[in-house]
Structure formats: C-alpha cells, structure tokens
Design a protein around this ligand. Structure first.
Ligand code: SAM
Length: 297
C-alpha cells in the first residue's frame, strides 16, 4: 500500500472547505483524495487523474466502487489520462469552480513493488520497461539503453540522475550492449556494478530514476501542466506540488516566482516544506519530498 506523503501538510495548504471542488492530478491509490473528500463534505467533489491504466483499474475503480470507500464514490470522478491534458479533462467533465489542484509527482509504491515493469533494481530479472502507461507511451527503458547513443545516455544520467559516474556508466552500456542487449533490471545492475563498485547502490538508484524520468517525459509534462492548472483554478484557489527531484522542484519554484511577478500567484511556502522526522521514521520513501504551495490572486 502506498503511504501518502506529507498528508497533513497537503490538507493544510489546500485548505479544503465544505462543498469545494479539487483536482488530484496524480491519483495513485487515492490517499490524498480520500483526505480531501473527508474535508469537503457534503457536496464537494474530487476529480482524480491517473495515467497508469493498470493502477487505475486495480485501485481506483475497485477501491472506490466496491469497498468501504464507496461512501465517497458519488463525489469522486476518476479519469485514466495524463495531467498533460488537465485543461481538456476539466472541460470534458465541466468540473468548475476549482478550489485546489494537487500534484504528487513521481512513482507509487505499487510501481516499485508490484507492476513488474522494471522500476525497481531490487526486483531481479524484470524487463526494463518503466512506462506508466504502456498503452499510450512507446519509448521504454530498454529502447534508451539499447538504441540511444553514448552522449544521449550520458546526458540523461547526468541531468535526471545527477550521477557523477554518468560518462563511465554510459560507456559501459555502449560496450556491453554490442555483445548482449540490455533487457532486465539485473543486466543493468551488473553494468553499474562494474563501473562503480564502492558506492554502487546510490548509482543504481540514480540510474533507474533517470531512465524513468526520461521514459515518461516527466519534467516536460510538469512544465506543460503547471500553466494549465493556473488557468483553470478559481481566484483564491490553491496549487500544491510535491516533488521528489531537484529539477522538478526548480520547475515549480520558477513557475511560482514568475507568476508572482506577473501578479497571478501569491506564494504560501517561502521555502519548500519537507517531511518531519516522525514521518520519515514511518515512511523513509518520503525522504526527498518537497512541497510548495501558492494561491491564485
Ligand atoms: C506519488 S504517486 C501518487 C500517490 C497518491 N497521491 C496517493 O496518495 O496514493 C504518483 C502517481 O502519478 C501517476 N502519474 C505519473 N505521471 C502521470 C501523468 N502524466 N498523469 C497522471 N498521472 C501520472 C503515477 O502513475 C502514480 O500513480
């Protein structure tokens, strides 16, 4: 089960009131949405967007139609799509006025532990796919590793993985894939192991993260969606973003700053909010989370 990150802080900054509507752009297993639905009773709604079709079917549909969460199902609209299409989705459901929009970026525990798409280096011999939506995305992690040139691979490892051994790992990938295509999580771990034996776990984590970000075009998606969220939000409505990567956080920070200058946003978090020690003890996966919030003026 995915433990929602910065749950209390999300509610604090979104500040949901009775009968207000919210968009959860990264619904996942619905942890944050449920907390909002508790607060915006009796008639407030949540529009939840989730790009992964399997996760959408498994948790969203099942959980809200057949379980104790059924009580919320008449106030919850679910859509299997990308938040890149945020404006279009909101128009499709005529979902207005909107008092708050949440982005909880990145990956859910289900992807790492259950998806069998090679997101986690801890899973042996899974095929390196890493797409959130295999039906709508064609590029896989295998494609990058076996088809991209050295410079391109090095670039994503350095930029998205902030990996200092990027060049050596990329060189090794090119050298070894001639002999045998890189197909599984274990193939990739072995390659990194050869290059950086000492602190190899960190490099493995960073390399897997870099590939996932590249496969799913995550930074670009965020850049496309933030302006849409500002456009569809009601005056006085709030945008809350939880990011897990310094480049994501920079995109959010700059977006907020620019729109503060233009007189469209008031920033509510001077510095990003991070998890408390207590939360990290309970959920170590939250360690790189940063929350930023702003209100539309
Ligand atoms: C960190 S999880 C969200 C967890 C959720 N807040 C919860 O409490 O269960 C991020 C989710 O966003 C989804 N996602 C990734 N890219 C997306 C996109 N472009 N559009 C919509 N959902 C996306 C992932 O599949 C994942 O389920």
């Amino acid at each position: 089960m995915h433990i929602p990150v910065l749950q209390k802080e999300v509610i604090n900054y979104l500040a949901p009131q009775s009968n207000q509507n919210f968009v959860d752009t990264t619904f996942g297993q619905g942890g944050h949405s449920l907390a909002i639905l508790e607060k915006n009773k009796p008639d407030g709604k949540v529009l939840g967007i989730e790009f992964d079709p399997k996760l959408y079917e498994k948790f969203t549909i099942y959980n809200f139609q057949f379980s104790s969460n059924f009580q919320f199902s008449n106030r919850l609209i679910l859509k299997n799509d990308s938040y890149v299409n945020l404006k279009k989705i909101v128009q499709e459901y005529n979902f207005r006025p909107i008092s708050g929009i949440l982005f909880d970026l990145g990956i859910s525990s289900w992807h790492l532990e259950k998806s069998e798409r090679g997101f986690s280096f801890r899973k042996k011999d899974e095929i390196l796919d890493m797409r959130y939506n295999p039906e709508k995305t064609s590029l896989t992690a295998q494609d990058i590793l076996n088809q991209w040139n050295k410079k391109e691979i090095e670039k994503i490892l350095r930029e998205y993985g902030e990996e200092k051994f990027a060049k050596r790992i990329a060189e090794n990938i090119i050298e070894l894939r001639i002999r045998k295509p890189i197909k599984t999580t274990s193939d990739l771990v072995r390659i990194i192991d050869k290059v950086v034996p000492a602190s190899h776990l960190r490099s493995v984590t960073r390399t897997f993260q870099a590939l996932r970000i590249a496969v799913n075009n995550e930074l670009n998606n965020l850049k496309i969606s933030l302006p849409q969220s500002l456009e569809i939000l009601n005056h006085g409505g709030r945008i809350v973003v939880i990011s897990f990567h310094s480049l994501e956080d920079r995109i959010v920070k700059n977006f907020f700053k620019e729109n503060k200058k233009r007189g469209y946003l008031k920033i509510l978090t001077k510095k990003p909010i991070t998890p408390t020690k207590k939360e990290l003890q309970r959920n170590p996966k939250a360690r790189s989370a940063k929350l930023r919030a702003a209100v539309k003026i």
